[in-house]
Design a protein. Structure first.
Length: 145
């Protein structure tokens, strides 16, 4: 604040000092005064632009480009991807890898310890164990497991 006050006082004192003693004619004095007013106007514009934005008359709605999926919704798995396979050790229920790849986009975040490879009469099947996924916090889009 003191710098502004000192600068203003200096500018006023230079403006009102007898300019003819320095050898300026009336046209040059007018140009100096015009320059001081132009500088003050530019400084005012800069100061106004740096201040807080004024409230607009009409509220502008934010543009939603890509709605984000809530983190809890990422843990909801498609029910149709649960398949039961009969193995030598008994019945195994799991989310199959091919179905999850088609119907779910966040499979990279699945826990590694839930991955299963089981041998059925029709060959190897890969996926994630249903009970392990439930214990890891994942749910299905329907209530029944």
């Amino acid at each position: 604040m003191f710098k502004t006050l000192i600068a203003g006082a200096t500018a006023l004192s230079l403006t009102f000092t007898p300019a003819n003693a320095q050898g300026f004619n009336e046209e040059q004095i007018g140009q100096i005064i015009f320059g001081l007013f132009a500088t003050a106007a530019i400084a005012k514009i800069i100061k106004d632009n740096n201040g807080p934005a004024l409230a607009q008359a009409e509220p502008v709605a934010p543009v939603v480009r890509h709605p984000r999926t809530p983190r809890d919704a990422r843990k909801v798995l498609p029910q149709r991807c649960i398949n039961a396979f009969q193995t030598d050790q008994g019945r195994v229920r799991m989310f199959t890898r091919s179905c999850i790849a088609r119907h779910y986009t966040h499979a990279a975040n699945f826990p590694r310890n839930c991955e299963r490879d089981v041998m059925t009469r029709r060959g190897f099947r890969t996926g994630w164990a249903v009970r392990c996924m439930r214990n890891a916090g994942f749910r299905t889009d329907r209530r029944n497991w």
